[in-house]
Structures are given as structure tokens and as C-alpha cells.
Design a binder for this molecule. Structure first.
Ligand SMILES: Cc1cc2nc3c(=O)[nH]c(=O)nc-3n(C[C@H](O)[C@H](O)[C@H](O)COP(=O)(O)OP(=O)(O)OC[C@H]3O[C@@H](n4cnc5c(N)ncnc54)[C@H](O)[C@@H]3O)c2cc1C
Length: 380
């Protein structure tokens, strides 16, 4: 699996997938055929996470070629990501608590043998050890492998989910505060209380196309329990009036400004913000490099349009206070930095699809799913 660090590659991947593989997505998406055969899913997540291509573009391209009824499952998955984002936006305390727990657990487990063996891929559970290697080498794992991995980590190796989520964030090109934290919580059984995901030998065997067998797992574990309840916050995601934009900030979740809702805004200067120096979870060199080259790719595209733009470090945004707007960075490191430095002069701009969708994220995904036709109608 090879991820080139530019929008051109992302679009090529998308077009190819829509043309050749999308119609088989529902039937084949759960199979992890191995690193050499990744055609059954789109492998777009490293680009979607960074906004190199966005969900609206994807959905509109899909619907131009296929009927909704033939592409529904894929569109649902694309919107699942927005659902997780919205869910976390309405309960930002989940991210804050996760960061606090991971800090404590990191200290507690730093010489724990089982933990060290897990992150080195020395567990003697062959499939798990292979996924550790694959994650470190390719910075990607298939969705089903992520579920199995998280489940084995939590229920067979008996390790805290928070450290597993940290391990994923460190190495995944698509590492994302919402999808990752909530994905791990979901496997553990605390996202939907009492419902956990238990990996089993037959399921891994079947969906890896018999690449693995004789896998000894704890297939009877009980869900993890959390007593913490998060109430839904009343956030306002409406855009302030856009006038006289002196400075526009773009974070590493919105790297296709020229195809965004805000492409027609006239501003004096765009700063593309590099947040890598303030990460609470340290990223691997490969992920840092990937992110930095995506920032460069956005800069190049803006320059090609003769837009005055520059990459700056996040700490430097403190220098700007006069008429500063920012494409909303979402719950995560960049927003934490803005909040903890009380940079209240920054006015956020929210994407239309997020404004539309996040209002339906107060309940579960099955409820959200009912609104998908309405959401699609409003964006296409
Ligand atoms: C424990 C765990 C951790 C995860 N961590 C992340 C993460 O950090 N970042 C991330 O983007 N995804 C994460 N996922 C979700 C999912 O595994 C990946 O989005 C998916 O595997 C990406 O591959 P793809 O692009 O080929 O997906 P496709 O199947 O082609 O789906 C198309 C797009 O839909 C979205 N999508 C698909 N499945 C999901 C899902 N279950 N949840 C949210 N969005 C989804 C992605 O943007 C994806 O690119 C995690 C899942 C689990 C179980």
C-alpha cells in the first residue's frame, strides 16, 4: 500500500475506486486480503482526514456515476466519519479525559512486559504481530484489522484501550481524534455501553481469506465498563459574518481550501498551520513527514492560484489578532492549543456539511443514518 502525498494521487485513487470497485464494496469491504490487495476499499482515509479531498466531493463524484441505492453503504461509511466528528464535538470532554488517562497510563505501563511486547509485535499471536508490522511499515490498517487488533489488545492481552489508541495515532496516516478515540471506545464496549466487539478465530480466518488460523483469543470477555456519563453540550456551529478577512488559518484537517465552501472568500493572507510541535501524542517520523508534505502540497496549489500563502508553526498564530478567521480545526490538538491560549479573536468557519450533520449526532449512528438522504439532498 502506497500513499503519495498529494491531492492528485487522492483523486486518482477515488476515480479508480468509483470506476472499478465501488459496486462490489458492500460484498467485499470486510475482507482484509493483505497489503498487496487493497482494492476492495477506497484507502482514501489518509486524504479525507487531512481534507485533501473532502466528503462532499467524494459523495458527489460517487452519485454522478452510481445510483444512491448501489452506493449507499460506501456513502454511509463516508458519513460515519462525520458522525464520529459530530459526536465528539457535542461531548469534547471525552477527548480531554482520554488525553488525561493516556498520560497516566503511559507512565504506569512504560516497563510493562505485555505492553512492550504488544507494541513490538512480539505477542506470539501471529495475526496481531503482523498487523503491528504492517501498521509501522505502511501507516494504514484495514478497518476489520483495526477492530480485531483493538479487540485482541483489550480483551486478550488485557491492555488499556487508551494506550492502544495512542499506538494507532502514532502510526496511522489517517490518525484522527474522533474516529480513533471513538473506534477504540466502541470496541471496548464503553461507546455503546454493554456492547463490545469480540474478535474470534473463525471471523479472522474467514475475512483474512484463510491467511490465519489456530488463533487463541479470549472469546468470552465481558465489555469494559465506564461510569463516566457525558452530557451533550449546546455548541453553536453557525458562522460569523465574514467581512474584511485579513488572515485566514487552515489547519491540517482542511487541506483543499480551493475546493471548500470558503473558496470565494477574499483574504489578505492564508496561513497553513503546522501543529506538529504541540501534539499531546507524539507521532512517528513517517506520519510527521506525511503531514508536512500534505501541507506543502496545499501551499503549492494556493501559490499556483496566486494566493498569498505561507506555512507557519502553530505557536506563531498568537501573533495575529486582527480579523483572523480559521477553517474550524475540530476537537483535537489544534483546537486545544487555541482554547488553552485563549485566542478568542479567531473566528471559526464551519463547513456546511458539518453544520447540517452535527445536529443529528446527539444519539447513535442508527438514528443519524435516517437523516442521510436529507443531508445528501442538501449538499448535492
Ligand atoms: C479502533 C479503530 C480505530 C480507527 N481509527 C481511525 C482513525 O484514526 N482515522 C480514520 O479515518 N478512521 C479510523 N477508523 C475507521 C476506519 O477503520 C477507517 O476510516 C478505514 O479503515 C479507512 O479505510 P478506507 O479509506 O479504505 O475506508 P473505506 O471503507 O473505503 O471508507 C471510505 C471512507 O469512509 C470513512 N470510514 C470508513 N469506515 C469508517 C469508520 N468505521 N469510522 C469512521 N469513518 C469511516 C473513512 O473516511 C474512509 O476513508 C478506526 C476504526 C477502528 C475500529
Amino acid at each position: 500500500m502506497n500513499f503519495l502525498n498529494n491531492r492528485t494521487d487522492a483523486l486518482k485513487k477515488l476515480d479508480n475506486f468509483i470506476e472499478k470497485n465501488l459496486l462490489e464494496y458492500t460484498k467485499l469491504r470486510n475482507f482484509d486480503f493483505g497489503t498487496q490487495n487493497r482494492k476492495n476499499t477506497s484507502c482514501l482515509s489518509p486524504y479525507v482526514t487531512h481534507g485533501v479531498i473532502n466528503e462532499v466531493e467524494i459523495i458527489n463524484k460517487v452519485l454522478k456515476k452510481h445510483l444512491f441505492s448501489k452506493s449507499e453503504k460506501f456513502i454511509q461509511e463516508v458519513l460515519w466519519r462525520i458522525y464520529w466528528k459530530g459526536w465528539l464535538e457535542l461531548r469534547p470532554g471525552v477527548w480531554a479525559d482520554y488525553l488525561m488517562s493516556v498520560k497516566t497510563l503511559r507512565e504506569k505501563y512504560k516497563v510493562n512486559k505485555s505492553y512492550l511486547n504488544a507494541i513490538e509485535g512480539n505477542t506470539n499471536i501471529q495475526c496481531f504481530d503482523d498487523w503491528v508490522k504492517e501498521l509501522k511499515e505502511t501507516n494504514y490498517l484495514h478497518n476489520h484489522a483495526r477492530m480485531w487488533f483493538a479487540s485482541i489488545w483489550i480483551f486478550t492481552l488485557d491492555l488499556p484501550w487508551e494506550l492502544g489508541a495512542e499506538f494507532f495515532l502514532k502510526y496511522l496516516y489517517d490518525g484522527d481524534a474522533a474516529s480513533n478515540t471513538l473506534g477504540w471506545r466502541w470496541v471496548a464496549g464503553i461507546q455503546t455501553p454493554g456492547k463490545h466487539y469480540l474478535a474470534s478465530e473463525w471471523n479472522i480466518k474467514k475475512f483474512t481469506n484463510n491467511r490465519y488460523e489456530k488463533i487463541k483469543l479470549n472469546e468470552n470477555a465481558k465489555p469494559k465498563v465506564s461510569t463516566k456519563v457525558y452530557s451533550v453540550s449546546k455548541n453553536d456551529f453557525s458562522n460569523s459574518e465574514v467581512t474584511d478577512v485579513k488572515t485566514l488559518l487552515i489547519f491540517d484537517n482542511s487541506l483543499s481550501f480551493e475546493f471548500s465552501d470558503f473558496k470565494d472568500i477574499k483574504c489578505n493572507k492564508i496561513f497553513i498551520v503546522n501543529s506538529n510541535e504541540i501534539r499531546k501524542i507524539s507521532l512517528s517520523d513517517s506520519v510527521i513527514k506525511f503531514k508536512e508534505s500534505l501541507l506543502q502540497d496545499q501551499l503549492k496549489r494556493l501559490k499556483n492560484q496566486s494566493i498569498d500563502s505561507e506555512i507557519i508553526k502553530i505557536k506563531d498564530i498568537k501573533k495575529y489578532s486582527d480579523s483572523v478567521y480559521a477553517l474550524y480545526p475540530s476537537v483535537g490538538d489544534s483546537l486545544d492549543f487555541i482554547n488553552s491560549n485563549e485566542l478568542k479573536d479567531i473566528k471559526f468557519l464551519y463547513r456546511k456539511i458539518d453544520q447540517l450533520s452535527w445536529q443529528f449526532c446527539n444519539k447513535g449512528f442508527f438514528n443519524f443514518r435516517n437523516y442521510i438522504p436529507k443531508i445528501i439532498q442538501s449538499i448535492s
